[in-house]
Design a protein around this ligand. Structure first.
Ligand SMILES: Cc1cc2nc3c(=O)[nH]c(=O)nc-3n(C[C@H](O)[C@H](O)[C@H](O)COP(=O)(O)OP(=O)(O)OC[C@H]3O[C@@H](n4cnc5c(N)ncnc54)[C@H](O)[C@@H]3O)c2cc1C
Ligand SMILES: *[C@@H]1O[C@H](CO)[C@@H](O)[C@H](O)[C@H]1NC(C)=O
Ligand SMILES: *[C@@H]1O[C@H](CO)[C@@H](O)[C@H](O)[C@H]1NC(C)=O
Ligand SMILES: *[C@@H]1O[C@H](CO)[C@@H](O)[C@H](O)[C@H]1NC(C)=O
Ligand SMILES: *[C@@H]1O[C@H](CO)[C@@H](O)[C@H](O)[C@H]1NC(C)=O
Length: 583
C-alpha cells in the first residue's frame, strides 16, 4: 500500500485536525441551521398527466425552466440523488434513455406475468427503508421479510450436497455453520468479526472521496487503516487464511454472485459488504422493486423537476473545463452548469471525453436470464421465499475459470453457477394468484454475444434465438435438478442476454465496475466530483454495486453537490441526512 513519504506530516495533520475539530464542533453546533446549500422548498402543483409516473416521455416542452441540475440516468443512484437535491430545493431534470424510469429496479410484464430484473432482495431495511421514506412523496415502500419465521434469505447449494440456509441474524449465521463444521468454530467467529469490522469502517473511506485528494489519502492511511488492510486483500486470501474445510469456504463464498467477481480477484470488502448487508435478513419490496422509483419521482416533481424517459443523452457538453449541459441523441441541447452522471462510470467516459475510468476498474461481468411463468401458487409448488445459489462444486475459483473458458459442458449438464429466485413467493401481492414466477440468472461473457451487437432489439435473427435457447434450456435443466416438482409446470419462458442489458441499461456489465482491491484502496476508486467543473458522478460506481450501494452513491454525491465536505463531516459532525431529518 503506497504511503505518503512523511509520517510526520500525517501526525501533524492529525494533531492539528483534532484540535481544530474540538473548536469547530462547538462552533458548528452553535451555527447549525438547516440543510447546507439549500434553497427554500417551494412545492409546485403536481404535474398533471395521464401516463404512469415512470413513463413520462421526453418532449422539449416538458423540460422545466431554470433547472439547477441535470441527472443522466434514472436508476436508484440518480433518482435518490435527485430526490435529496429536490428536498434541498434544487430543481432537477432526470433524463433516462429507456422507456421506463428506474434502471435496475425495473420490473416487466409480459402476457400477464410480472418479473423483477435487477433487484431480487435487499437487506438492512431499517436503514434503507428510513432513507427511502425520508425522500418519498409518493406511496411509501414497504418491505416483506423473506423466509417467514425462520428468515432464511439465501440457500447455498454446492454440487449435489444438501443446501445450507443462511438464516437472519448473526447468531443464527454462526450457530448453523458451527453445527456443521464444529472444528472451525473459532475461525467462523473470527470471520464474522472481520466481515463486520470491514463493513463498519467503510463509511469513512467513501465519505473521504468528498475531501481534498490529499486529505482523502491521509484519512485512508490513518483513521481508515483497518479498512484498508482488509479491503486490500482478496476474498480467497482471507478464506484460505481462516479455514481448512473446502466445503465451508465454498458455502461462505456462495453469495459471490451478488458481486460477480471470482473470490481470487475480488476485494474482501465487497464480500464483507454483501454478507453484512443481508446478515439480519433479506427483504422484498411489496409490489416489486419498481415501487421504489414510484415513491421517489413525485418528490423530484414537487420542486418543479421532471423525470423524463426516451431521453437518450449523447453527450455531456464541456467548455473551458466546465460542464455546460447535455445534448440528446436527436440534437436537443439542454443547458445547465451542474450535470450528474448516474449512467455508470464507463458509460460516462463515452459521453464526455474529459472523463476516464482507471484501467484496472473496467466494467465487470454480465448475465443471462431465464424468466419463467409457472402453473400453481407458491404453496402448490412448494416454493420457498428464499433465493438459491447453486454452485457446480467446492472449487469455486476454477469452476468460474473453466466455465468462462468453455461453457459447453456446464451448459449441457445444467450445472453452471445459478441464482434462482421466485418473485411471486417473496411478494405478498403476488403470492396467491394461483400462478408463480421464477427468475434464473447465470453469468455470461459479453463476447459470447458480440456477433449480434449491431442488430436491433427484437430482430437479432435466428442465430441469436438459437444461442438464447441454448442458455435458456441449460438454465431450465439446472432449475429442474433443484426443483423437480416444476417439471411440466412451465407456461411462459423468456430469456435475456448481455445484449438485453445493453438495450435497457446501456451497458453489458450488470454491476458496473469490477471490485478488485484497487477500487477500495487509495489507488483508484471513482470520486463523485470529476475534474470537469460542475460534472459529478453517482450511483453504484462511486460506492459499490447493489440497491444499497447505488443509493449510498446518491447520498454521497448529493453531499458533494450541496457543499458538504471535510469540515462538516469530520470536524463539524454534521451530514445531509441528519440535517434533513431535522428540517
Ligand atoms: C441481474 C442483476 C441482479 C441484481 N440483483 C440485485 C439484488 O438482488 N439486490 C441488490 O441490492 N442489487 C442487485 N443488483 C444490483 C443493483 O440493481 C444495481 O447495483 C443498482 O440498481 C445500480 O443502480 P444505479 O443507479 O447505479 O444504475 P442503474 O440502475 O443501472 O441505472 C443507470 C441508468 O442510466 C441509464 N442510462 C445509461 N446511459 C444513458 C444515457 N446515455 N442517457 C440516458 N440514460 C442513460 C440506463 O438506462 C439506466 O436506467 C442486480 C443487478 C443486476 C443487473
Ligand atoms: C427531439 O425529440 C423530442 C421528443 O420527441 C422533441 O420534443 C424535440 O423537438 C426533438 N428535437 C430535435 C432537435 O429534433
Ligand atoms: C455495515 O455498515 C453500515 C454503515 O456503517 C451499517 O449501517 C451496518 O449496520 C453495518 N452492518 C453490520 C452487520 O455491522
Ligand atoms: C471559454 O473561454 C473563452 C476564452 O477564454 C471565452 O471566450 C468563453 O466565453 C468561455 N466559455 C465559457 C462557457 O465560459
Ligand atoms: C483544463 O484543465 C486541464 C488540467 O486540469 C488543463 O491542462 C487544461 O489546459 C484546461 N483547459 C482549459 C481550456 O482551460
Amino acid at each position: 500500500m503506497p504511503r505518503p513519504q512523511s509520517t510526520t506530516l500525517i501526525c501533524a495533520s492529525i494533531v492539528g485536525v483534532t484540535g481544530l475539530s474540538l473548536l469547530l464542533k462547538y462552533a458548528s453546533v452553535k451555527l447549525r441551521r438547516g440543510v447546507k446549500g439549500s434553497k427554500p422548498f417551494t412545492p409546485s402543483p403536481p404535474v398533471k398527466r395521464s401516463s404512469e409516473i415512470t413513463r413520462d416521455r421526453f418532449t422539449k416542452k416538458k423540460v422545466p425552466e431554470d433547472i439547477d441540475v441535470v441527472i443522466v440516468g434514472s436508476g436508484i443512484g440518480g433518482l435518490y440523488c435527485a430526490a435529496l437535491l429536490s428536498k434541498a430545493g434544487k430543481r432537477c431534470l432526470v433524463l433516462e434513455q429507456h422507456y421506463v424510469a428506474g434502471g435496475c429496479t425495473h420490473c416487466f410484464e409480459d402476457k400477464g406475468w410480472e418479473f423483477d430484473t435487477g433487484v431480487h432482495y435487499v437487506g438492512r431495511v431499517e436503514k434503507y427503508g428510513y432513507l427511502l421514506d425520508l425522500v418519498s412523496e409518493g406511496p411509501k415502500v414497504t418491505f416483506e421479510k423473506m423466509g417467514g419465521e425462520d428468515g432464511t434469505y439465501d440457500e447455498i447449494k454446492i454440487g449435489d450436497a444438501p443446501a445450507h440456509g443462511f438464516r437472519a441474524g448473526k447468531e443464527n449465521f454462526i450457530n448453523d455453520l458451527v453445527a456443521k463444521f464444529p472444528r472451525e468454530k473459532e475461525a467462523i467467529e473470527k470471520y464474522i468479526e472481520m466481515v463486520i469490522k470491514c463493513n463498519k469502517s467503510a463509511d469513512l473511506h467513501f465519505f473521504g472521496k468528498l475531501f481534498h485528494p490529499i486529505m482523502e489519502k491521509i484519512i485512508d492511511v490513518t483513521l481508515g487503516g483497518k479498512f484498508q488492510s482488509l479491503a486490500s486483500r482478496t476474498v480467497q486470501d482471507v478464506m484460505d487464511e481462516l479455514f481448512e474445510d473446502e466445503m465451508l469456504k465454498a458455502i461462505l463464498m456462495g453469495q459471490f454472485g451478488d458481486y460477480g467477481m471470482p473470490p481470487s480477484t475480488a476485494s474482501f470488502f465487497i464480500h464483507a459488504g454483501i454478507v453484512s448487508h443481508y446478515l439480519d435478513g433479506g427483504f422484498y419490496p411489496e409490489g416489486g422493486p419498481q415501487k421504489i422509483a414510484e415513491a421517489i419521482i413525485p418528490t423530484i416533481e414537487k420542486t418543479g423537476g421532471r423525470v423524463l424517459v426516451n431521453a437518450d443523452v449523447l453527450k455531456i457538453n464541456v467548455e473551458n473545463n466546465s460542464t455546460t449541459g447535455v445534448t440528446l441523441k436527436n440534437g436537443t441541447v439542454i443547458k445547465c452548469s451542474t450535470v450528474i452522471s448516474a449512467a455508470g462510470a464507463e458509460a460516462t467516459s463515452k459521453l464526455v471525453g474529459d472523463f476516464t475510468t482507471p484501467p484496472d476498474l473496467r466494467d465487470g461481468i454480465s448475465h443471462v436470464y431465464l424468466f419463467l411463468g409457472l402453473k400453481g401458487s407458491a404453496k402448490d409448488l412448494d416454493l420457498t421465499p428464499s433465493n438459491l445459489w447453486a454452485l457446480p462444486s467446492v472449487n469455486v475459483g476454477s469452476d468460474i475459470a473453466d466455465y468462462y473458458n468453455d461453457p459447453g459442458s456446464y451448459l449441457s449438464e445444467g450445472k453452471m453457477l445459478m441464482f434462482i429466485g421466485f418473485p411471486s413467493s417473496k411478494d405478498p401481492t403476488q403470492r396467491d394468484l394461483g400462478k408463480s414466477t421464477c427468475v434464473v440468472i447465470s453469468e455470461a461473457k459479453t463476447e459470447w454475444f458480440k456477433k449480434w451487437d449491431g442488430t436491433d432489439h427484437g430482430q437479432r435473427g435466428d442465430g441469436y434465438k438459437e444461442m438464447k435457447k441454448k442458455f435458456g434450456d441449460a438454465m431450465l435443466k439446472g432449475l429442474l435438478k433443484h426443483y423437480p416438482q416444476l417439471e411440466g409446470k412451465v407456461e411462459y419462458m423468456e430469456t435475456a442476454t448481455p445484449l438485453t442489458n445493453m438495450y435497457y441499461l446501456r451497458r453489458e456489465a450488470s454491476y458496473g465496475l469490477q471490485h478488485p482491491p484497487e477500487r477500495y484502496t487509495i489507488k483508484s476508486g471513482i470520486r463523485p466530483q470529476s475534474d470537469v467543473k460542475g460534472l459529478w458522478i453517482t450511483g453504484q460506481d462511486v460506492t459499490t454495486n447493489g440497491f444499497a450501494g447505488a443509493l449510498m452513491g446518491g447520498v454521497l454525491t448529493a453531499h458533494g453537490v450541496l457543499g458538504y465536505g471535510f469540515w462538516d463531516l469530520v470536524v463539524g459532525g454534521r451530514d445531509l441526512i441528519t440535517d434533513m431529518g431535522k428540517a
